[in-house]
Design a protein around this ligand. Structure first.
Ligand code: NAP
Length: 260
C-alpha cells in the first residue's frame, strides 16, 4: 500500500488521478459522501486502465448507514459507482450516532462476504477506537484516518499511539494544511532546496516518518500530484526532522480530535 496516496475531495480530476497512479500513488481515498457519490464515479473512471490488484481503493460510509442492512446497501452502491467488486478498506467516516457494535458487526459481515478486504475508522478518538475494536470478533481495525498536518499534530499523542499498539495504520488527511508562518516555511524551503523537491513534499515526508503513517494529499493540478509523489521517496535526516519539529511544534490537545 503506497505511503503517499491520493485524496478525492473536492471532486478529483480523472487524468490527474491517473498520473498519480502511474507515479506510484495507487492508494486512493474516496467516500460515498463526496459529491453524493460523484467522487467514487470519477475514481471508477480513472482506474479503468489498471489492474485491480495494483490499486488500493478506500471508501467510507456515513454513520447513518452503519446499520447491518444499511452497510450492505451502502457498500454495494459504492462498489457499483467505483466499478469494482471489493474495497481494499472500508471506513466509518466519523463517529456520529453510529452504534459501534452494530457497525463493526456489519463491517465484519462485509469482510466475510468478500466485499471488503479490511475495515477501518476515521475521525475517532482513542476512547471511540477502543469501543469500536471491542465490537470486532474476527478482524482488527486496519486504520484510523485523521486530520494530521504540520499545524495539527495532536494526533501524535493520542491516535498514533493507539494505532501503534493495535497494529493499525495511521492515515493523515488534509496533510498539506499548515499555519502561514514565514519563518517556519523557510525551514521547509531550505530542506526542499537540499533535496530538489517542493515544500509540500517535505511536509508529507515529515508526516509519514513513522512506519505506520500514511498520507492522502489531494491534488487536481498535475504539477501538484507530481510534487506529492516525490515525497514517497524522500527520507529526511534526523537533523531535518528536528528542524521541522522546532518550526511546527506539536501542541497539547484540549478536547476531542479536531475534524476538518
Ligand atoms: P490537502 O490534501 O492537505 O490539500 C489539498 C489542497 O492542496 C488543494 O487545494 C490542492 O490544490 C493543494 N495541493 C495539493 N498538492 C499540492 C502541492 N504539491 N503544492 C501546493 N498545493 C498542493 O487537503 P484535503 O483535500 O482536505 O485532504 C486530502 C484528502 O483527505 C481529501 O481529498 C479526502 O480524500 C480526505 N479527507 C478525509 C476527511 C475525513 O473526514 N476522513 C476529511 C477531509 C479530507 P489542487 O487540487 O489545485 O492541486
Amino acid at each position: 500500500m503506497p505511503v503517499i496516496g491520493q485524496g478525492t475531495w473536492p471532486l478529483p480530476d480523472r487524468n490527474t488521478l491517473r498520473r498519480g497512479i502511474e507515479l506510484g500513488m495507487a492508494h486512493i481515498d474516496t467516500a460515498e459522501m463526496y459529491g453524493d457519490g460523484r467522487s467514487e464515479e470519477i475514481v471508477g473512471e480513472a482506474i479503468t486502465p489498471y489492474s485491480r490488484e495494483s490499486l488500493f481503493i478506500v471508501s467510507k460510509f456515513v454513520p447513518s448507514n452503519g446499520t447491518r442492512d444499511g452497510l450492505q446497501r451502502a457498500c454495494e452502491r459504492s462498489l457499483r459507482r467505483l466499478g469494482i467488486d471489493y474495497l481494499d478498506c472500508y471506513l466509518l467516516h466519523w463517529r456520529g450516532n453510529a452504534d459501534l457494535a452494530e457497525t463493526m458487526a456489519g463491517m465484519e459481515a462485509l469482510l466475510h462476504a468478500g466485499k471488503i478486504r479490511s475495515l477501518g475508522l476515521s475521525n475517532l478518538d482513542p476512547w471511540d477506537l477502543r469501543e469500536a475494536a471491542a465490537g470486532l470478533r474476527h478482524a482488527g481495525v486496519a486504520c484510523d484516518q485523521v486530520l494530521y498536518n504540520l499545524g495539527e499534530r495532536t494526533p501524535e499523542a493520542h491516535e498514533l499511539p493507539w494505532c501503534r499498539e493495535n497494529d493499525a495504520a495511521f492515515v493523515a488527511y488534509t496533510p498539506l494544511g499548515r499555519p502561514r508562518n514565514r519563518a517556519a516555511e523557510s525551514v521547509l524551503t531550505d530542506i526542499a532546496g537540499e533535496h530538489g523537491v517542493t515544500n509540500e513534499a517535505v511536509a508529507l515526508a515529515f508526516l509519514v516518518r513513522d512506519p505506520i503513517a500514511f498520507a492522502i494529499p489531494k491534488a487536481n493540478a498535475l504539477a501538484h500530484v507530481e510534487a506529492n509523489a516525490a515525497a514517497g521517496d524522500l527520507v529526511l535526516s534526523e537533523a531535518e526532522i528536528e528542524r521541522i519539529n522546532a518550526a511546527y511544534p506539536a501542541r497539547k490537545r484540549s478536547g476531542s480530535l479536531p475534524m476538518n
